[in-house]
Design a protein around this ligand. Structure first.
Ligand code: NAD
Length: 470
């Protein structure tokens, strides 16, 4: 067992409660750590509030340097973080290594971003400028599927724009985020970055607190709604990156064998536990059987096991509650469709389920209409493109969507009709620091990444000067 202290007001501190962290590949308590109680949440908020007065005046270059140091230190320990991430989250080591790399890339992107003053008018009579000021204390609340990367892509823009920050990882994957505490303590002035964890039970303190100016949240839609409600009392700024049920539409002109690997990878990455995974696949009737066959072959060849073991391509589901939930979707799939591949939960220990392809299923059942957030892909047959688009859009979610075709012009016309934050063509799940990302409908509010994402961590401040003297 190692010690994973929190970071409050520049001090590495133990929490007042204990928390068991379970390795989902073994179901063993892999680390016993401490987590914060209410008083420590209050301390973290007070520390961030106290540090804001000074940090907002610190020049941009100093903030940039701090973020670059953070990225360098994280990168230098890539192997350590990746192994820890696989142990707490479950994903294969190669995916964990990629997550550490992505985390560094996001930090470095924001480290070189600018917040220039924009001049709206400058003539003999007046000058009007738009400044971007920090908001104050920002809380970053993150989920268990990409805890390190999501934590980093909230921390970096918050701190770069002059806010102070509280980062709260989820109870089932707190370790990599807590491991950042040590690095952050050496880089940032006390109180600028605070890292605390809970037992998934104290996040509401951040959402409701009068001294927290913004919550940048990634997680489920039901939790997003609770945060929005709790935040209303103080009209807190919110970014909500929530659940999704992304549809992919495959046109009849593609070669099923050639296209199947890309579709499979985007549906099953991280065991399907990706907000922008492809979660419903609409396939034209002409190629339906062939594509189901190709996807099933890929599912059958997946090597399921402990992500630390060589050759494993498919880790466990991250936690017991999610494992149980996914089995309910599996039962629904069996009731409403035909299992073409997978469909089995493996004997324990470990929350393992084989990647599952469901065929002869259609809209109107849980596994198609809801977000299983696990290794199940329903494949739905369609006849006309209008019907496929209508069904793809018939969802409360609107995170991403994709169109797959050799006719890029035709695909483009279909992609424009999808009601979602991102439409991909001949790909899915492609994201990065330079491209704005956000959800439509109940998949979220606001945008992250790129300049648009950075601006959401700022308050518009107009300075309107009349060039006259009295
Ligand atoms: P979750 O909503 O259960 O928890 C996310 C975080 O919110 C955790 O840190 C949790 O402790 C905290 N939390 C719980 N209740 C809270 C409250 N009342 N107030 C404040 N914080 C609270 O989500 P999860 O199960 O960890 O993650 C899976 C979900 O996240 C899926 O729906 C997935 O689609 C979604 N997700 C969305 C995106 C995106 O960018 N849109 C990215 C990743 C995951």
């Amino acid at each position: 067992m190692q010690s994973f202290p929190m970071l409050i007001n520049g001090e590495l501190v133990q929490g007042n409660r204990t928390l068991n962290v379970i390795n989902p590949a073994t179901e063993e308590v892999f680390q016993q750590i401490t987590c914060a109680d209410e008083s420590q949440f209050e301390q973290a908020i007070a520390a961030a509030k106290g540090a804001f007065a000074q940090w907002q005046t610190v020049d941009m270059q100093t903030r940039r340097d701090s973020l670059n140091k953070l990225a360098d230190a994280l990168e230098a320990q890539t192997g350590v973080f990746a192994e820890l991430l696989t142990q707490e989250q479950g994903k294969p080591l190669a995916e964990s290594t990629a997550e550490v790399g992505f985390s560094c890339a996001f930090i470095r992107y924001f480290a070189q971003s600018e917040l220039p003053i924009e001049t709206y008018q400058d003539d003999e009579t007046s000058k009007i400028e738009l400044h971007r000021k920090p908001l104050g204390v920002v809380a970053g609340v993150v989920p268990w599927n990409f805890p390190l990367m999501i934590g980093c892509f909230k921390l970096a823009p918050a701190v770069l724009s002059g806010n102070t920050f509280i980062l709260k990882p989820p109870a089932t994957t707190p370790l990599c985020v807590l491991k950042l505490a040590d690095i952050c303590q050496q880089i940032f002035p006390k109180g600028v970055v605070n890292i605390i964890t809970d037992n998934n039970d104290l996040g509401h303190i951040l959402s409701a607190h009068p001294d927290v100016a913004k919550v940048a949240f990634t997680g489920s839609t039901p939790t997003g709604k609770k945060i929005m409600s709790a935040a209303s009392g103080t009209l807190k700024r919110l970014t909500l990156e929530l659940g999704g049920n992304d549809a992919g539409i495959v046109l009849p002109d593609v070669d099923p064998k050639k296209i199947a690997p890309a579709i499979f990878a985007t549906a099953f990455m991280n065991c399907g536990q990706v907000c922008i995974a492809l979660k419903r696949l609409y396939v034209h009737e002409d190629i339906y059987d062939d594509l189901v066959h190709e996807l099933s072959e890929l599912a059958n060849s997946a090597v399921v096991g402990n992500g630390l073991h060589d050759g494993v391509t498919f880790g466990p589901i991250q936690n017991k509650a999610q494992f149980v939930k996914v089995q309910e979707y599996l039962a629904d799939a069996k009731d409403n469709g035909v299992i073409a591949a997978g469909g089995e939960v493996l004997d324990g220990p470990g929350f393992f389920m084989r990647p599952t392809i469901v065929r002869d299923v259609t809209d109107g059942c849980k596994v198609v209409d809801e977000e299983p957030f696990g290794p199940i892909l329903p494949v739905i047959k369609y006849k006309t493109i209008d019907d496929a688009v209508e069904r793809a859009n018939n969802s409360v979610f609107g995170l991403g969507g994709s169109v797959w075709s050799n006719d890029l012009d035709k695909a483009y016309e279909v992609a424009k009709r999808l009601e979602c934050g991102t439409s991909w063509i001949n790909q899915h799940l492609n994201f990065g620091p330079t491209v704005p990302f956000g959800g439509a409908k109940e998949s979220g509010i606001g945008v992250e990444f790129a300049q648009e994402g950075l601006l959401e961590y700022t308050q518009v401040h107009v300075i309107n000067i009349a060039k006259q003297t009295f």
